[in-house]
Design a protein around this ligand. Structure first.
Ligand code: PEP
Ligand code: MG
Length: 590
């Protein structure tokens, strides 16, 4: 039994499928027969060609939208992709050792890394490493893409048991390509509750555990594995009795889940009739469809960075406009909040320049990029405004820290509107703009922010990590990065009170919105708009129907008197159990 960090609730008994990653060497994978060598080399050549073409287009776009210096990085990457010695090294490994091109690529990457290790300068080494990861990652992504095209149902068939993905980590590109696969669970070695793997698993509503440093070497493809996403436990090679006991839990969880979806057309109201808006956090068009299926009242957060992270180069205004329009139309008239690009931190896009930062979460991320790259932001703002013609669109700025930043962004929006008007392009004149409160500085000065914006969205994932100085993706400190802690609850109360006093619409879109115990407190503190992974909407709607406003207020009032997270968690666990024992299965109890 391995104990990790629970990131997405539910239980599954499944079969291991290890996702290979170029960034993390696993055992060599060999080709089954000598005849496979030639097609493998062909596939590798095709991947090289595609990576080269992507880079050419990237150079052109980065140069026009961002700058010449940033484009130079990709010129050097193109040089590496077209370097004959790279091709020759991979060829010779595939031919002599009959390994896959992916394995050969991994081995060549290791050779390059060991060469760079001789350099004294740490910074130089780190930057070259980042370039290597980008270049090899790009070729590998093409190889994987080709693999998928070759066989669209490429997940193996292990019989009736669902597939459980086991990986070192899940990269954004993988989380998108796995997004449409029938998965039963996800287990990763690194990453915290809000990493890509966690967001993917929660948006799919499948159990997931992270923070298990050796798991991918402890298992082989096809092994039986149990994932308990409530307790953060993974059991390897379970005996038949244990597997049977967990299969029973799995059936119970999925039965409840399927039953709950039937509430999709019911209104979200508390037992005494207080209405609440349950919105969805989405990353893609297929998530929008899930949001409709589960009965979300709209989209409270569209994370646009997934478009940028999975796009081979910088998406231009037309591409962005078409993408946003597709999502707006998929939501069929329901409101949708589009967040501007929130990259940096844990999500880096190479075309914004290579900067190795010691503290990326506290560094050059999110709207902080807008000052240096106004064109990149204007392009996005224009695309969002234009998509506003097709539905009820709002625009949300993440990571705002100061009022100066907000003013800069507001001016940018005005400027874009004037430009669109002058160009005779249609845009949504009703598109409202809002601020995410996710930096403590902004939370403390909320009063001044409220005067210059139209709505607030609380980004509790970041707010909690900054408030507690505990990295949200580091499983070692996940006990500190805790929503149910006295400091977090007090700050949330302060934000909600300020919004209430000024009549400002406020949503909370962090992961805690969908955690039953946290939901009880937030509802009790007066929050009426919640945005969450669409898979959790039915369970939260059901929880709401089981609780009255006065009861929730009483819970929140009591929680405010408690001094430790442990007391808060225990108190709320007891209350949740009284309200609905079934819905405990949707909380992360560890
Ligand atoms: C948050 O920080 O709470 C949030 C919703 O945004 P993200 O998880 O994308 O940082
Ligand atoms: Mg955030």
């Amino acid at each position: 039994m391995l104990k990790g960090v629970a990131v997405s609730p539910g239980v599954v008994v499944g079969r291991v499928y290890k996702v290979e990653s170029i960034l993390h060497a696993t055992e060599p994978v060999t080709l089954a027969a000598p005849e496979l060598v030639a097609p493998e080399l062909e596939r590798f050549d095709l991947a090289l060609t595609r990576a080269g073409l992507e880079l050419e287009s990237m150079i052109q776009k980065v140069e026009s939208q961002i700058g010449r210096e940033e484009a130079d990085i990709f010129r050097s990457h193109l040089g590496m992709v077209r370097d004959p010695s790279l091709r020759q090294k991979v060829y010779s490994l595939v031919q002599s050792q009959r390994v896959t091109a992916m394995t050969a690529l991994q081995q060549v990457m290791m050779q390059y890394i060991s060469r760079f290790e001789h350099f004294e300068q740490q910074d130089y080494f780190r930057e070259r490493m980042a370039d290597l990861r980008d270049v090899f990652g790009r070729i590998a992504a093409d190889l994987q893409g080709l693999e998928q095209q070759k066989d669209p149902d490429e997940l193996p068939d292990y019989g009736p048991d669902p597939i459980v993905i086991v990986a070192h980590e899940i990269l954004p590109s993988q989380s998108m390509s796995l997004g449409d696969q029938p998965l039963g669970g996800i287990v990763t070695e690194i990453g915290g509750g809000t990493s890509h793997a966690s967001i993917l698993s929660r948006s799919r509503g499948i159990p997931a555990v992270t923070g298990l440093p050796t798991v991918s070497t402890d298992v082989a493809n096809g092994d039986l594995i149990i994932v308990d996403g409530n307790e953060g436990i993974v059991l390897l090679h379970p005996d038949p009795e244990t597997a049977a006991a967990y299969r029973k839990k799995q059936r119970e969880f999925f039965d409840i889940k399927h039953r709950l979806v039937e509430n999709r057309d019911l209104p979200a109201v508390s037992s005494d009739g207080t209405p609440v808006e349950l919105l969805a956090n989405i990353n893609s068009v297929s998530d929008a469809e899930t949001a409709n299926h589960t009965g979300a009242a709209g989209v409270g957060l569209l994370r646009t960075e997934y478009l940028f992270l999975t796009h081979p180069d910088v998406p231009d205004e037309e591409e962005q406009y078409r993408y946003y329009r597709e999502i707006v139309l998929a939501m069929k008239g329901k409101p949708i909040t589009i967040r501007t690009l929130d990259v940096g931190g844990d999500k880096s896009v190479p075309y914004l320049g290579r900067r190795v930062e010691a503290n990326p979460f506290m560094g050059w991320r999110s709207i902080r990029l807008a000052f240096e790259h106004p064109r990149l932001y204007e392009t996005q703002i224009r695309a969002i405004l234009r998509a506003g013609v097709h539905g009820r669109v709002a625009m949300l700025f993440p990571m705002v820290t100061t009022l100066e930043e907000l003013r800069f962004l507001n001016r940018m929006v005005d400027h874009c509107k004037t430009a669109l008007t002058n160009e005779g392009l249609e845009f949504g004149r009703e598109v409202r703009t809002g601020v995410m409160i996710e930096v403590p500085a902004a939370a403390i000065c909320i009063d001044s922010i409220l005067r210059e914006t139209q709505f607030i969205s609380i980004g509790s994932n970041d707010l909690i990590q900054y408030l507690t100085a505990a990295d949200r993706d580091n499983s070692k400190v996940s006990h500190l990065c805790e929503p149910l802690s006295p400091a977090v609850i007090r700050v949330l109360m302060m934000i909600l009170d300020a919004c209430k006093r000024s009549g400002m619409p406020v949503t909370l879109c962090g992961e805690m919105a969908a955690q039953p115990r946290s939901f009880l407190v937030l509802f009790g503190l007066g929050l009426r708009k919640f945005s969450m992974s669409p898979a959790f909407v039915p369970a939260i709607k059901s929880l709401l129907a089981h609780v009255s406003t006065a009861e929730a207020e009483r819970f929140a009032h009591h929680v405010l008197q408690l001094k430790t997270s442990e007391e808060i968690r225990h108190y709320l666990s007891d209350r949740l159990h009284e309200v609905s024992a079934d819905l405990e299965k949707f909380d992360i109890m560890a």
